[in-house]
Design a protein around this ligand. Sequence first.
Ligand SMILES: Cc1ncc(C[n+]2csc(CCOP(=O)(O)OP(=O)(O)O)c2C)c(N)n1
Length: 668
Amino acid sequence: MQFNRRNLTNEELSDFYKKLLLPRMIEEKMLVLLRQGKISKWFSGIGQEAISVGAAMAMQQDEWIMPLHRNLGIFTGRNMPLSKLFMQWQGNKEGYSKGRERSFHFGTKEHHICGMISHLGPQLAIADGVALAYKLRKEQKASLAFTGDGGTSEGDFHEALNTAAVWDLPVIFIIENNGYGLSTPVNEQYRCKNLVDKAAGYGMEGVQIDGNNILAVYDTIKGVREYCIKNQKPYLVECMTFRMRGHEEASGTKYVPKELFEEWEKKDPVKKYEQWLIGENILTQTSIDTIKEETKSYIENELNTAYNAKHLIPDTTEEINDVYAPVVSHESTVTQYNSPSHASQLTPPEKRFVDGIKEGLHQSMQKHPNLILMGQDIAEYGGAFKITEGFINEFGKERVRNTPLCESAIVGTALGLSLEGYKSMMEMQFADFVTVGFNQIINNLAKIHYRWGQHADVVIRMPTGGGVGAGPFHSQSNEAWFIHTPGLKVVYPSTSADAKGLLIAAVNDPNPVLYFEHKALYRSVSGPVPEEYYETAIGKANIIAEGDDISIITYGAGVHWAIDYAKNHPETSIYILDLRTLLPLDYEAVKKAVSATGKVLLLHEDTLIGGIGGEIAAWIAEHCFDKLDAPVMRCASLDTPIPFNLDLEKNFMAYSRLDKLVKTLIDY
Ligand SMILES: Cc1ncc(C[n+]2csc(CCOP(=O)(O)OP(=O)(O)O)c2C)c(N)n1
């Protein structure tokens, strides 16, 4: 192993040694604690420390790094208080995640570290978002993300690298090639000769280096960082290394040939560097022993502090409250309309539903210079439904961004933008395609505030619903997938005024909001839309009509079905409640609707089983039983995929069963 000191001073080289030694000695201590049952699980990075430590030192302290489970050197490299890190691993409240996350699955804004979720690959696109923020602000900064060799097989790797390349983002992607996934050797993981060969396919530069040589890692990443900033381009670095212990301590190493350990033991990054320092008379054995002693007592002292941490006592209120970032009340600065009839203008102009969305987005872009729009074909083309038509002329291509076809990376990028204080709106071309961005939404966006207090200031627009014979993959109602996920908010307007007001509210809300917009309403529904900038409050339902016979609780297209039905059946007095927000639900309004008639029909276009109707029915049974004069009934679409043929689709739709169910309820 050749060490090249370049122009580093002896002092700097000694400092590198201390920084390299620290994670090694912490890990050795952790292995002892693990055997004593004091910590539960450990993913060892022994043998790979030079990569984390060298990379951390090559970056500026305020540049974001997205580490993985073997990157202790990133955390120590950012000078985190060790006692707090230990408390994190012990699951104490004083750790970085209030005991909610294990090992390295946390981040901290203070140290510009965004910790992983278990799924590995999603880390990479977050670095794209951060780099996009640097680029937009013309800052001289780059972001850095890690993946293992196994993680390169994930679609997220491809999407993140491709997006970074296409958008010319200053991101450094590091592959730590340690020979194995969990137990899968690299020859069962990929077929190219070297993983760095993939760089060319993305049109980016790449280099393969010895990951066990701290000076090589430091020097390479330093140079690559400068390249990324100067050229505004990403770069792929493959660091060759070896995992000297099992995937995690309990899983053993039986599948690894003994010779490999012997071969790599000779290339141990700490020992090799130590020998070189002694050989170059930069350190002596005595000074090394002293450094080790000092490091040992530092670790012991910090551990003792951590051992004194208070026992965690669960506080349910705090647990629930921390799921969402607090929403600053806009009531003093933004008009709140419960319904358009409250508008200050006596007769606001009539607008189509689609224009309500467009106006909400347009005014949000004017209001928030830090709002970035992303989506397939949303720039020059104006989006599949022309919502952003003309935006590019007014707001420019930097803020109205066509994306490659990669939903997962764009949701991840949106989160990265949020880390750097941007807001973003991502347009799913069709709500159906959210499936390929699902992991980022459910596991990153939704959980990040609860996990470590970072908000995800992202709106995802979801053109949804059927009725136009578009078949199983352009018509689904998939709101229920998200309602089941704490940390998300789900809004679903039915009128032009709410389309505008809810979108403005969603953009103002610092939490991830899924904004469902029913495609069949775009051009078929019109209504008064106040011209000013206003919010429709998230979490507040709207009474569309008072009535005495039955109450229909619904949302989206269902509202219009209910209105039509009531018009065509003047003999029946129908109370209609438009939920408007599905998460969080307006339980007060639901209770009022139940009390009004004692007979409730839940109506939605979504299929029956597992739809939100079931959830609301259960809540009504639990909380309003004494107010009921009949069982709560549900009118939903058939439990089949949504068919293409218009007659089949009509038969599928909840609406085709509405009359029968209303009559059953009235006659009960
Ligand atoms: C999406 C997903 N699938 C499977 C796993 C289980 N898993 C955890 S780590 C791992 C191996 C990762 O290998 P690699 O990316 O090479 O990183 P290394 O652990 O070797 O550092 C696997 C399969 C996971 N965490 N996430």
